[in-house]
Write a protein that binds this ligand. Structure first.
Ligand code: FAD
Ligand code: MLT
Ligand code: ZN
Length: 461
C-alpha cells in the first residue's frame, strides 16, 4: 500500500469516511481561498469533532510524514488557510478543518466570559452573548463564516478595535493542541491570573503554525442601549482624515470609524444596485461611516463633530435596519471588489499623522499603472487601510512590492489585521528586527520541530 493510501485508511477509521473526504470535487472549496488567488493541493480534508480527535489526527499526520493546514471558515485573506502548491510543499498535505468544533459551551454572565469550540462562527457567538444581554467587543463583516479559532489565529481586528481592541485583547483563554499532541489549556476564566506567561497571548496571531485552537474563551462587554450610524461625505480624503482626527478625541461613544473613497462607493452602489449614497452626486471624494454606541445623547455628540468639521452631506440612522443599510456601503466593499476580479489585497497601517500621505501616495503611484484598478478603504480609527489591486496576475507580486515600499517608507506595517500567511511571507524578513525573527524561529522550532503545522506560513522567504 502507498503511504497516502495508508494515511487515508487510518483517517477513515478514526473519523469515518464522511469526515475525511478526498474527492477533488468535494474538497475544492477547502483548497481555494476566499479571494480565489490562492489554491493548493491536499490529499484529503480531516474534519475532527473534538479535541481528542484533533490530537489523533495530528498523530496520524505525524506518523505518515504529512503536514496539516488548519482551517476555520476559510475567510482568511493571506492564503494561510489553504494548502500550498506541490512545488512549495513536497509532503502530503491535509486540510484540518475545525468547523465541527462549533458548540457554545458556556456564557458566564457573572464572570463576563463566553466559552465555545474553535469552529464556532463569530455570528453564532455574538447571538449567544446577545441572548444574555452582552456583546463580544469584536465584529467583522465575514461574521457568518469566520470562526473564533481562525480569528484568534490571525489576531483579527475588524470594526470595533478602537474601542475594544483586537482578538488578542478579547481572548480570555484558549484550549489548544500542540504539534506533539499535548493539549494545553488556559480556561480558568479569571479576570486576573498572573502565573507566568499566557499561551493565549503567545498563540494569538500565530496563524496555525504553533498550535491548533480547539476552544476559545472570549471576554464579554455590556451591550450599549443606543446606537447610531452616520454616513458623512467629504470633498477630499484630507477632509475625511481631519474629521477622523476630531472624531477620535471628540466622540466618547465612538465604536467604528470607517473610511471609503469614491471608486469603492461607485463600485458597491453599482454591483449591488443600491440607492446612491449621500455625496455621490455632489462630487464627494471620501466618506466616513461612524458608529456610536452608548447610553447618552448620541445625536448631540455627533452634532458636535459635524459643526467642528462640516461634511458636504450626511445621513444618520438610529433604527436597526436603517443603520445596517447605511453601514452596508462600507461593509460590502470586499465582496464588490471580488465580484469584479481576483484582487491582490494588502492590509496596512501607518502612524496616524501619515495616513493622508499614504492615501495620496498610493493614488498617485497607481494612477499611472495601466490596466490596474486601485480600491482603498479601511478602519480609519486605527489608521488601517485596505489596499486592493485588480489587474495583476495572481502570482505577479511587483505591484504588491510597490505598496510595501510606500508603506514601510512611512513607518507602517505590512499587516494590520489579516496576518502574513503566504501572501506576505516575502516581506517578513524585513518587517521585524533580526532578533525578533530569531525569537519567532526559536519558538517554532521548540514547539513544532518537524514543521508539521502550516509550513510556509509566517516563515520569511
Ligand atoms: P481561516 O481563513 O480558515 O484561517 C485563517 C488562519 O488561521 C489560517 O492561517 C489558518 O491556518 C488558521 N486557523 C484557522 N482556524 C484555526 C484553529 N482553530 N487553530 C489554529 N489555526 C487556525 N479580518 C479582519 O481582521 N478584520 C476584518 O474586518 C475582516 N473582514 C473580512 C471581511 C470579509 C468579507 C472577509 C472574506 C474576510 C474578512 N477578514 C477580516 C479576514 C478573515 O475573516 C479573518 O482573517 C478571520 O480571522 C479568519 O477566520 P476563519 O475562521 O475564516 O479562518
Ligand atoms: C474589511 O475591513 O473590509 C476587511 O478586512 C476585508 C478586506 O480587506 O477586504
Ligand atoms: Zn478590515
Amino acid at each position: 500500500m502507498t503511504r497516502p493510501a495508508a494515511l487515508l485508511e487510518e483517517l477513515e477509521s478514526l473519523l469515518g469516511p464522511a469526515n475525511c473526504p478526498s474527492d477533488p470535487e468535494v474538497i475544492a472549496s477547502y483548497i481555494t481561498d476566499w479571494t480565489g488567488r490562492f489554491e493548493g493541493e491536499a490529499l484529503a480534508v480531516a474534519r475532527p469533532a473534538d479535541t481528542a480527535e484533533v490530537a489523533a489526527v495530528i498523530e496520524v499526520a505525524r506518523s505518515h510524514g504529512a503536514v496539516l493546514i488548519p482551517q476555520g471558515g476559510n475567510t482568511g485573506l493571506v492564503g494561510g488557510s489553504v494548502p500550498r502548491k506541490r512545488r512549495q510543499e513536497a509532503r502530503p498535505q491535509l486540510v484540518l478543518s475545525l468547523a465541527r468544533l462549533a458548540r457554545i459551551e458556556e456564557v458566564d454572565r457573572l464572570g463576563l466570559r463566553l466559552l465555545a469550540g474553535a469552529g464556532t462562527t463569530l455570528g453564532a457567538a455574538q447571538r449567544a452573548a446577545a441572548a444574555a444581554g452582552l456583546g463580544l467587543g469584536i465584529d467583522l463583516s465575514a461574521r457568518e463564516s469566520a470562526t473564533l479559532g481562525g480569528m484568534a489565529a490571525t489576531n483579527a481586528g475588524g470594526l470595533t478595535v478602537f474601542r475594544h481592541g483586537s482578538m488578542r485583547d478579547r481572548l480570555g483563554g484558549i484550549e489548544a493542541v500542540l504539534a506533539n499532541g499535548s493539549v494545553v489549556s488556559e480556561l480558568s476564566g479569571l479576570a486576573k491570573d498572573s502565573v507566568g506567561w499566557s499561551p493565549a497571548a503567545l498563540f494569538a496571531g500565530s496563524e496555525g503554525t504553533l498550535a491548533i485552537f480547539t476552544k476559545v474563551m472570549l471576554k464579554l462587554v455590556p451591550l450599549p442601549r443606543t446606537r447610531l450610524v452616520a454616513l458623512l461625505a467629504y470633498s477630499s480624503p484630507r477632509a475625511a482624515v481631519e474629521a477622523a482626527a476630531a472624531g477620535r478625541t471628540g466622540l466618547p461613544s465612538l465604536e467604528s470609524m470607517e473610511l471609503t473613497l469614491r471608486p469603492g462607493m461607485e463600485l458597491v452602489t453599482e454591483q449591488f444596485d443600491l440607492a446612491r449614497p449621500v455625496g455621490l452626486d455632489e462630487g464627494a471624494a471620501a466618506w466616513l461611516t461612524l458608529e456610536l454606541a452608548g447610553e447618552g445623547d448620541l445625536l448631540s455628540e455627533l452634532e458636535h463633530l459635524l459643526s467642528a468639521v462640516p461634511p458636504l452631506e450626511s445621513a444618520v440612522a438610529t433604527e436597526t435596519a436603517a443603520r445596517s443599510r447605511l453601514f452596508s456601503y462600507r461593509e460590502r466593499h470586499t465582496e464588490a471588489v471580488s465580484r469584479r476580479g481576483v484582487p491582490h489585497k494588502l492590509d496596512v497601517a501607518v502612524p496616524t499623522r501619515r495616513v493622508e500621505e499614504l492615501l495620496a501616495s498610493l493614488s498617485a503611484r497607481f494612477a499611472r499603472e495601466e490596466g490596474c484598478e486601485l480600491y482603498l478603504w479601511g478602519h480609519l480609527a486605527e489608521s488601517n487601510v485596505h489596499v486592493n489591486l485588480l489587474g495583476p496576475a495572481p502570482e505577479d507580486e511587483s505591484l504588491d512590492d510597490a505598496v510595501v515600499e510606500i508603506v514601510t517608507g512611512l513607518g507602517g506595517t505590512i499587516s494590520a489585521e489579516h496576518g502574513v500567511g503566504v501572501a506576505k511571507a516575502r516581506y517578513l524578513g524585513s518587517a521585524r528586527p533580526a532578533a525578533n525573527l530569531a525569537l519567532m524561529a526559536a519558538v517554532k522550532a521548540a514547539l513544532d520541530p518537524g514543521r508539521l503545522l502550516n509550513p510556509g506560513v509566517l516563515e520569511p522567504t
